[in-house]
Each structure stands twice: as structure tokens, then as C-alpha cells.
Design a binder for this molecule. Structure first.
Ligand SMILES: Nc1nc2c(ncn2[C@@H]2O[C@H](COP(=O)(O)OP(=O)(O)O)[C@@H](O)[C@H]2O)c(=O)[nH]1
Ligand SMILES: [Mg+2]
Length: 313
């Protein structure tokens, strides 16, 4: 299935919360007037687009409507298409041309995020992707807070046929990370992916834990970790922006993964994530299976949100 087809299938709830309400507003306002703009803004807010982003969308839409000389009589279709353009353009900078910085050997990806956001599952998906690209991958169970966490990673390791460095529950996560990078070097693997715990209710502790992991990695490779990916749960909507700001402070995030976009109605919040944070969205999670990870395509995403057909090449 094409990415567009997959998005359309998986983003049904968000499409309903977002696209359907926009359509309703447009069809009940055949004229482009202040009333229409006010109701559009309302609809965006209801669909989990934050206040600042909703305002900026409306501003950009007004500019586009003003500049559009050749509008057909069908205002609803015109405005919807222009709105799609605005949203795609707003998200485009978050889909940066340059991919992940993984030229080092071994390259190290540190995966952070609050508990339950989807870190361990995302690590399995990433490992699978890189494995398919022909890279040798090693995993490290740095979430040592709960026994179940390292077991979960080991289970994925078994399924993927990948080695997992683990010291069990209660171990020092930095010691696990250090061990793992040493092992990665010794075994000549291409990529090390490190899981972490995300007990955000104790920010000082978490900051200490993550910065210690960073420090010990640097003893073995001054540039490690080469990527710090923050996993966000799309179900948390606008809260994703807040969380990202906190983790940016704590751990120098280099990129985002928005997990669980399937099954949530709050996918509209991704627009704010892209617009309000100066961070690239590297991947989106569309399910619980190994293959349910895709690169972020702003244009396809915007079209699916608004219920527009796939763009013609
Ligand atoms: N539907 C869906 N579920 C997901 C996705 N990613 C993770 N999950 C589920 O979310 C729950 C928590 O994920 P987990 O990886 O354990 O989160 P962690 O605590 O951050 O490591 C698990 O039940 C996962 O199967 C996704 O993209 N879509
Ligand atoms: Mg986990």
C-alpha cells in the first residue's frame, strides 16, 4: 500500500475530528467572510491544533485567499485546498531534507520520552528498518526501572534476531549504556539503539540519569549519542509540545517520533508540534507492529487530514 493509502486508513479518527468539521464549516458558509474565518479557527482548536498555531494558520490562509486571483465559484473547495497548502507548508520545515546523523560507526541513537509513550516499540520498529537497510544493529535495555521493560526489549530482540545488552532491573542505566557501546565497538556493529526510562514526574532525577548516560557514552565516543530521538504519544495532543520543550531542556533532543497516530482523534496536534518546535519529525508510528513506522510526509499528512485526494505527481 502507498504511504498515502496507509495514512488514510490509519488516520481515520483524526480525519473525522479534523477534516469533517472543517468541511461542515465550509459547506455552511458559502461566502468567504469573517464568520467563516472565526468558525474555521474554532474548528481547528477543537481538533487539537493549539491557539498559536491556529492563529498562524488563519493568518496564512487569509493571505493566500487574498492572493488567489483565479478562484472558481466553489468557495468551499477553494478554501479547503488553500488550507491544505497552508498546513503542508507549515509542517514542511519539520521534515528536513537531511536524514539522521548516523555516519559514525557505531552510530548511537538514544531514545527518550515519558513512560508509555511508545519508546520500546519504536526502538523495535527502528531496528527493523535499519536491519532491512543492511545495518548491523545492537539494542541496549537502558530502562532499568521496571523489570518488564528490559524483558520487553529482549522479546523484540528475539523476534528480530538482534542482540540486546541488558543488566536487568535496578541496574545503573549509564552502566548499561557504557557496556553496550563497548560491545558495539568490539563487535563492529553499525548502530546502537539505547532505550531509557521516562519518569517525568521527577524531572531532576531524569535529567541526572540522561546526562549521566550522555557523559559515559562520551568517554568512548566524544560525539555520542549521535541522535537523541524523543518519542511522543499522539493521544496526548497539545501536551506533546509541552513535553518536547521539557525534554529539549533535559536531553538535547535532535529529532521526534510521533507514535500512536493510529487510533487517536488528536493527530491535528502534529501541526503544532511541527510549527512550534524547532525539531524535525523523523518518523510517525501507525500501529503496534514492527512495520508500523513511516517517515513523515507533510503534504500527504495535510491532505489526509483534510480529506483531500492524493496529490498528482
Ligand atoms: N496503536 C499503537 N500503539 C502503539 C504504538 N507505539 C506503541 N504502542 C503501544 O503503546 C504501549 C506502550 O508502548 P511502549 O513501547 O512499551 O512504551 P514505552 O514505555 O515508552 O517504552 C504498548 O502497548 C505499545 O504496543 C503505535 O504507533 N500505535
Ligand atoms: Mg519501554
Amino acid at each position: 500500500m502507498s504511504l498515502f493509502g496507509k495514512l488514510k486508513e490509519k488516520l481515520v479518527k483524526t480525519q473525522q475530528a479534523f477534516g469533517d468539521s472543517i468541511r461542515r464549516v465550509l459547506s455552511s458558509h458559502p461566502r468567504i467572510d469573517e464568520d467563516l474565518y472565526a468558525e474555521l479557527e474554532e474548528a481547528l482548536l477543537t481538533a487539537d491544533v493549539g491557539v498559536q498555531t491556529a492563529e498562524d494558520i488563519l493568518q496564512a490562509l487569509r493571505d493566500k485567499v487574498r492572493r488567489a486571483s483565479a478562484m472558481s465559484d466553489d468557495n468551499a473547495a477553494n478554501v479547503r485546498a488553500l488550507l491544505g497548502e497552508v498546513i503542508a507548508e507549515m509542517m514542511a520545515p519539520a521534515a528536513r531534507e537531511n536524514g539522521l546523523n548516523l555516519s559514525a560507526r557505531p552510530a548511537v541513537i538514544l531514545v527518550v520520552g515519558v513512560n508509555g509513550s511508545g519508546k520500546t516499540t519504536t526502538i523495535a520498529k527502528l531496528a527493523r528498518k535499519f536491519q532491512q537497510d543492511g545495518r548491523r544493529v545492537l539494542l541496549a535495555a537502558g530502562d532499568t526501572f521496571r523489570a518488564a521493560a528490559s524483558e520487553q526489549l529482549s522479546m523484540w530482540g528475539d523476534r528480530l534476531g538482534l542482540p540486546v545488552i541488558s543488566q536487568g532491573a535496578g541496574a545503573d542505566p549509564a552502566a548499561v549504556a557504557f557496556d553496550a557501546l563497548q560491545a558495539a565497538k568490539a563487535r563492529g556493529v553499525d548502530l546502537l539503539i539505547i532505550d531509557t526510562a521516562g519518569r517525568l514526574h521527577n524531572k531532576a532525577n531524569l535529567m541526572q540519569e540522561l546526562s549521566k548516560i550522555g557523559r559515559v557514552l562520551k568517554k568512548l565516543d566524544a560525539d555520542a549519542p549521535h541522535e537523541v530521538l524523543l518519542v511522543l504519544d499522539a493521544n496526548t495532543g497539545q501536551n506533546m509540545v509541552q513535553q518536547a520543550r521539557v525534554f529539549q531542556d533535559i536531553s538535547g533532543v535532535t529529532g521526534l517520533v510521533v507514535a500512536k497516530l493510529d487510533g487517536t482523534a488528536k493527530g491535528g496536534a502534529v501541526i503544532s508540534v511541527c510549527h512550534e518546535l524547532n525539531l524535525p519529525v523523523r518518523f510517525i508510528g501507525l500501529g503496534e507492529k514492527m512495520d508500523d513506522l513511516d517517515e513523515f510526509d507533510p503534504e500527504a499528512f495535510a491532505r489526509v487530514l483534510l480529506g483531500e485526494p492524493e496529490a498528482r505527481a
